[in-house]
Ligand binder design. Structure first.
Ligand code: FES
Length: 106
């Protein structure tokens, strides 16, 4: 099974198996990765699943929806590679992707 790598706010790396079609937020929660909360359960209404995705994979991701853009406006340190992990579903092209988690969620 492909893996993705979450880097928690303390710099520790967590390489976790990511089933095809599962959201990256849920993948992180499944593996108790610290630094991601997913408070709304993945319906894009809390922004506690913020992460910075590896820029090399940005063109493999679906574009941000209007709702995701709106929710990201409230995160503490918005960057060009900011995404909400609940809005990204695992697919083969994302194998090996690294996601840095922010120092703090909302
Ligand atoms: S889990 Fe709430 S916005 Fe992603």
């Amino acid at each position: 099974m492909p893996t993705v790598v979450f880097i928690d706010p303390h710099g520790s790396e967590h390489a976790v198996e990511a089933p095809d079609g599962r959201s990256l937020m849920q993948v992180a929660i499944d593996h108790a990765v610290p630094g991601i909360l997913g408070d709304c359960g993945g319906v894009c209404s809390c922004a506690t699943c913020h992460g910075y995705v590896d820029p090399a994979f940005l063109d493999q991701l679906p574009p941000r929806s209007e709702t995701e853009v709106f929710m990201l406006e409230g995160v503490p340190d918005l960057r060009g590679n900011s995404r909400l992990c609940c809005q990204i579903r695992m697919q083969p092209a994302l194998a090996g992707m690294r996601i840095q988690l922010p120092d703090e969620q909302v």
